[in-house]
Ligand binder design. Structure first.
Ligand code: GLN
Length: 201
């Protein structure tokens, strides 16, 4: 299994380190040619969604990535990545990939709560640490979208088929369960799962 990490801006190295610690091969997507490689899943890291979206267009990567996601490529999107996937951004006229039918609010926690930490239940995983950095939350979601986590009454994690999108940064804590969950999702899509993740199931 090979996972591609979008590496044009933001916190991509931390995701690569987590994948490395789990023994999963990863590649970086920095330019259009990188999209020619074979990979089984995609991580869209946190950072600045506007910068990432513009760079993807300038680098000629945007349309191909959008097609891959529409075609069923498993995606883990964190923070800015969630904004890139969202069909609607409440406080911004832009839309990027638009493959996830949710309305997000950017920088939803305001200045005072720019960054904070919580521990909350994530469906199918249990209680996990959640680090939020100028995070969005999901103001509303299409009924077909599974709500995976909420903090203080706001949705911070969803799954819509092959798209797993969260407001927080799982790569900044030592807990690996979000990445492991995504690896199982990717393995299920590929129809094989490494023993150490699915062997006992
Ligand atoms: N505030 C950023 C944005 O709007 C997201 C922050 C993050 O990815 N940690 O794109």
């Amino acid at each position: 299994m090979k996972i591609a990490v979008l590496a044009v801006q933001g916190a991509f190295i931390e995701h690569e380190q987590v994948l490395g610690s789990l023994g999963i091969e990863c590649i970086e997507l920095r330019k259009a040619e990188d999209l020619d490689q074979n990979y089984d899943g995609l991580i869209l890291p946190g950072g600045e969604s506007t910068v990432q979206g513009k760079l993807l267009k300038e680098l000629g990567m945007f349309e191909r990535l959008k097609k891959q996601i529409e075609g069923g490529m498993p995606v883990l999107a964190t923070c800015a990545g969630l904004i890139l996937l969202a069909s609607d951004i409440e406080n911004d006229d832009r839309q990027w990939f638009g493959t996830l039918p949710v309305t997000v609010r950017r920088n939803a926690y305001g200045r005072q709560l720019g960054s904070f930490y919580a521990e909350q239940e994530f469906a199918g995983i249990g209680t996990i640490p959640m680090t939020f950095i100028r995070a969005p939350y999901i103001a509303s979601a299409n009924p077909e979208v599974d709500i995976m986590a909420e903090v203080d009454g706001h949705i911070v994690g969803v799954r819509y088929g092959h798209q797993l999108a969260i407001s927080f940064h799982p790569e900044l804590n030592s807990d690996r369960r979000i990445h492991e969950y995504f690896i199982r999702m990717t393995a299920a899509a590929k129809n094989t799962c490494p023993d150490r993740f699915c062997g006992q199931r």
